[in-house]
Design a protein around this ligand. Structure first.
Ligand SMILES: [Zn+2]
Length: 223
């Protein structure tokens, strides 16, 4: 540990993101909280998503819980230290056989893209920060093959028709060979309506993906 980290840990002792008890290293969770908050589940009930995302849509955690809070802190408050806690959470989740079975059968992970302007403004694509290194370590390739064309308004709060209109020709694809014949893991930070995931999955399938499985870090959808 560097001198800086030692001083930092003395002034701001690292705490578990859930129970706020002290932990040894920044980014650690206590074991009990990890057990409680890893909530890997298949999101079903949306017919269009079920048809397009043949590998299924999955979430790792509840958005309303402490794992979701890490995402909110990263995305909206730019608290970059949240990344370590997110990685600890994902690595632990990936030790579970039920998670491995779904995720490790995929060849390549493709993030839902941010528009370049938005990425510039935020300074990063949170989806990449959340998943990239963790999945590479598991032997899953990473391909930024999807591009967001129009600077779409946030989907949140729009009616179904407006959402469709908003997403029309919003995405395109490059480097098709990175997904052709592959089992693709489409990753995003959160899932609200699923419209974006459906649109991106259909582009991947049209371009020869063998299957698409969707994984979001957090969601409050019940099914
Ligand atoms: Zn805890």
């Amino acid at each position: 540990m560097s001198v800086f980290d030692t001083v930092l840990n003395f002034i701001f002792p690292p705490t578990c993101p859930a129970c706020k008890e002290s932990v040894e290293n920044r980014g650690d969770w206590c074991q009990d909280c990890l057990m409680e908050h890893i909530n890997f589940q298949r999101l079903t009930g949306d017919k269009i998503l079920e048809q397009l995302v043949i590998g299924g849509c999955y979430a790792m955690a509840k958005y309303s819980g402490p794992a979701g809070e890490l995402i909110r802190n990263l995305k909206y408050k730019k608290k970059m230290e949240s990344e370590a806690g997110i990685h600890t959470f994902l690595n632990k989740a990936l030790e579970r056989p039920s998670v491995k079975k779904v995720i490790l059968r995929c060849d390549v992970a493709v993030p839902i893209p941010l528009h370049e302007e938005k990425k510039k403004k935020r300074g990063f694509n949170q989806v990449e920060l959340i998943f990239r290194d963790v999945l590479l370590k598991q032997g899953i390739a990473w391909s930024d093959c999807l591009l967001r064309m129009a600077n779409t308004k946030p989907q949140f709060g729009l009616k179904a028709e407006e959402r469709k209109e908003n997403l029309k020709s919003a995405f395109s694809i490059r480097d098709i060979k990175s997904v052709k014949g592959k089992d693709v893991l489409l990753v995003d930070d959160i899932m609200t309506t699923g419209t974006t995931i459906a649109k991106c999955a259909s582009i991947l399938m049209q371009n020869g993906a063998n299957s698409v499985t969707a994984l979001v870090f957090a969601s409050d959808r019940e099914k």
